[in-house]
Design a protein around this ligand. Structure first.
Ligand SMILES: [Zn+2]
Ligand SMILES: [Zn+2]
Length: 534
């Protein structure tokens, strides 16, 4: 044991020694092992043999688990690369419906007919509506996608184009998804694709560090609303672009913050479009938000609407009057009213052609995945007072902006949020968009069209696993052979965090060595020609 009087150390000396527990984490990270492995108990159904299996947490944020976040980022990079210059249509044919699925839909049809017959007579349809709900669930359980009917009839809003926006030529959209191939005079073929960056408009001049030159003149309200509706605007852009080019254009897009903390989007697009055409589509793209007005603050501070238990509605605290519901407030928006917000992209954009497999392509994929392991609000840390002040003002602007129809902030403007429930307080909505780290954008960070690589992220993950097991010549395991259950801290076989970490480090080292050997064997088996392993 330690502690002979001769090697007595000062407190400073002792503190200078690295903490063993932290070193385990460092070593784990170095080996790419998950820092928060989850323990599962795996039982072989045939033999009853029980094994402890540690699986990676799979978190996508580097602040939580750097190795898992990096793996997730690389998987996105693979997905981006595989779809970008695809030269054949990815096949996504749904399986034909089986007998059980057909029967469910037939049942659903009968109940719908009965229900509609009752409704036509003005009779009570509650029982059948309930049955319809059950059948819809069974349809989903039977493995069918989507619903037989849209959830609810959509509100009709004027689709008249805005007068301040040029119309776009519309072409019928064909199902083609791959870009054109060009042939050079020397007979070589190439298939260019695009890398496009779209930004939000200007809210006021900003300095080098992203902070506004004049914070009081900076349009924080507009910045906040554009961020909140950025995903919808992007959707619109893609819709317009597809109609414009006339085919089922495919994209892989990543949403990121600029230094001024406004979202922008990098888009890898399959095939090419000219700059002039892009400019035309961007200028013609807008998203109108038909929400109730928030011009007048009706309730503030201590004077807030109160929840009424009996009617399940919010009332005016003084008069007891029921506040208009979300649907009533929407119905009150007339044809003469202006939309509450119109989101558009800025006129400045960036576009470049990118060839398959080029260094440019790798660089762009790097851009596209660079910040995916961080929250939007943590990509540019405030280093100056001006930057911190800017972030603070934006967060303040987002505080009372309604983030969705169900946002608690609607109460501030005298409207009951959609699906109102007790306990809603304006300024304290739990929606992610209000949180500093989201900068007003709470949507997905990566937006991928359905026929990009023709694979889901899970498919790409399975590809990787198949490659690995093939490389290591591991026998294929039958997933049906095992039953799995989580191990709880109170279970006798539960491993504490430290022990789990040591195990994953050991595992990692073991199979990294095995992979190394497999690569060497492969290189020896088929020497120089182009013997580079993947
Ligand atoms: Zn992890
Ligand atoms: Zn909200």
């Amino acid at each position: 044991m330690t502690g002979t009087p001769g090697d007595r150390k000062t407190r400073a000396e002792r503190l200078a020694a690295p903490l063993a527990r932290n070193v385990v984490k460092e070593v784990a990270a170095e080996h790419g092992a998950c820092l928060r492995p989850v323990q599962l108990r795996r039982t072989d159904i045939d033999t009853g043999h029980v094994e402890q299996v540690l699986i990676p947490c799979g978190h996508t944020l580097a602040s939580v688990c750097p190795p898992c976040a990096e793996r997730a980022r690389l998987l996105r990079a693979t997905q981006c690369r595989e779809g970008w210059h695809l030269d054949h249509e990815p096949v996504i044919e749904p399986d034909p419906a089986n007998d059980q699925q057909r029967t469910r839909v037939a049942d659903r049809a009968e109940v719908q007919a009965d229900r509609d017959a009752l409704a036509a007579e003005g009779l009570d349809t509650d029982d059948l509506d309930e049955r319809i709900g059950e059948l819809d669930q069974q349809i989903t359980d039977a493995g069918m996608r989507g619903n037989v009917l849209p959830a609810r009839a959509r509100r009709h809003r004027s689709t008249r184009r805005r007068q301040d926006t040029a119309p776009l030529p519309r072409r019928p959209v064909s199902s083609r998804t791959v870009g054109k191939t060009y042939t050079a005079p020397d007979g070589k073929t190439f298939r260019p694709s695009m890398f496009v960056t779209l930004t939000c408009p200007s809210y006021g001049r900003v300095c080098e560090d992203g902070a506004p030159a004049d914070p009081d003149a900076y349009d924080y309200r507009r910045a906040a609303r554009d961020a909140l509706h950025f995903a919808a605007l992007f959707d619109r852009f893609i819709q317009n672009l597809r109609r414009f080019v006339g085919h089922d254009l495919q994209y892989f897009a990543a949403i990121e913050p600029q230094r001024r903390l406004a979202p922008h989007v990098h888009i890898a697009i399959r095939g090419t479009i000219s700059r002039a055409e892009l400019r035309e589509v961007i200028a013609a793209t807008y998203h109108q938000v038909w929400w109730p007005s928030t011009e007048a603050v009706r309730y503030d501070g201590g004077c807030l609407p109160v929840w009424d238990e009996h009617t399940s509605t919010y009332l005016d605290p003084d008069t007891g009057e029921v506040l208009p519901t979300w649907d009533q407030a929407l119905d009150a928006i007339g044809d003469q009213d202006e939309p509450r917000h119109v989101a558009r992209f800025g006129q400045r954009f960036d576009a470049q052609g990118v060839l398959a497999g080029s260094r440019d392509a790798s660089r762009c994929i790097g851009y596209l995945t660079k910040y995916l392991t961080k929250h939007l609000g943590n990509c540019h840390q405030a280093a100056t007072d001006a930057q911190a002040d800017h972030a603070g003002r934006l967060a303040e602007a987002l505080r009372y902006e309604p983030c969705s129809p169900a946002c608690a902030n609607w109460l501030r403007y005298g409207v009951q949020p959609k699906n109102a429930r007790p306990g809603l307080i304006p300024g304290r909505c739990k929606g992610k968009a209000h949180r500093r780290e989201y900068l007003g954008y709470a949507g997905r960070r990566v937006l991928v069209s359905r026929k990009w690589s023709g694979k889901t992220l899970a498919d790409h993950r399975a590809d990787r696993k198949a490659w690995l097991t093939g490389m290591l010549e591991l026998p294929a395991t039958d997933p049906g052979r095992y039953s799995w259950e989580p191990v709880k801290p109170s279970d006798p076989d539960h491993m504490p965090t430290g022990q789990r970490l040591l195990h994953v480090v050991a595992d990692r080292i073991q199979w990294q060595t095995a992979l190394e050997q497999a690569r060497r064997r492969a290189a020896e088996a088929n020497p120089p020609a182009n013997g580079q392993a993947a």
